[in-house]
Design a protein around this ligand. Sequence first.
Ligand code: PRP
Length: 180
Amino acid sequence: MPQHAYVIDKMISAKSIAARIEALSHEIEAEFAGTQKLVVVGLLRGSFIFIADLVRELDLPVEVDFVETSSYGNAMESSREVRILKDLRGDIEGRDVLVVEDIVDTGHTLFHVLHLLQSRRPHKLRTIALLDKPSRREADIRADWIGFEIPDEFVVGYGIDYAQRNRNLPYIGKVRFVQD
Ligand code: PRP
């Protein structure tokens, strides 16, 4: 896909993200109070920054694991086909599991991963998404905790890319295409 010229307008500041994660971490601690060891599962690659910040706010014993699903590639639209490129390292049967997603758009990724993990019979399976775009939903799914509900804008930063770029922005920005 050709790289069009674009600018990034700040949408959610790093400070707002940090404050929201701190608030959500208390709700998650309450939900998983008394758990032996929570398995926190990040969906690669987009969630790598969110999961890093989230686990550092959690005052719980945690293990960290990852699943990588098929990517949109460099396209902006979901292929609607979700393939597992990298599976969990650990066994989750009988365990408490929190799946961490950066953004729920059509919902196909989270829907597919949740069904897969549910089939492995965890004790408790919950989900958190930093961003939720409900207007784009196709699969019947909603994360248990949501950082921010956003309109149908193309966003980057804080782990989320455009053609593999801009993941390292410390904030969430909105992509605005401009004339070359
Ligand atoms: C993006 C994003 C979510 C998923 C959401 O991942 O990180 O995982 O799409 O879309 P959906 O709700 O429509 O399924 P992508 O496949 O682009 O891979 P990446 O995480 O490696 O960037």
